[in-house]
Design a protein around this ligand. Sequence first.
Ligand code: HEC
Length: 109
Amino acid sequence: MAAAGLAAVGCGPKLAPSKPLNELTPQEAHGQQVFAGHCARCHYADRDSGLHGPGLFGLFRRKYLRNGAPANDDRVTDLILHGRGMMPAMGNSMDDEQLQALLAYLHTL
Ligand code: HEC
């Protein structure tokens, strides 16, 4: 029942909606494309519920990731570069500029 466990973590006070796509800065919009190419097959950006990995809605507006680590750039970068569990490492599939754009986009969720 892993899915039920993941869904339960998303409960609590409702977060305001993410920044609308048509208001993204050029860097954030670039990050959204990186997300579409590398992450969207496993993660929803607009909801809590899981696909192959947990939904990322409100990622940086939460205090903690689901494994209890603080939701900050360092921990999320580490996760993207090195992977964890069923999440593959992505360090070789994007350059630093793409990574920075991706982080900027993730901050809008
Ligand atoms: C093949 C599927 C897959 C892909 C592709 C993938 N992920 Fe994941 N992701 C997962 C899984 C599974 C987890 C849960 C990992 C665990 O066991 O802790 C996860 C966890 C995460 C988490 C932690 C969420 C939380 O609340 O704890 C973040 C953030 C994340 N992924 C971001 C990304 C980003 C950004 C990308 C694209 C660069 C990406 N993932 C690509 C499967 C994937």
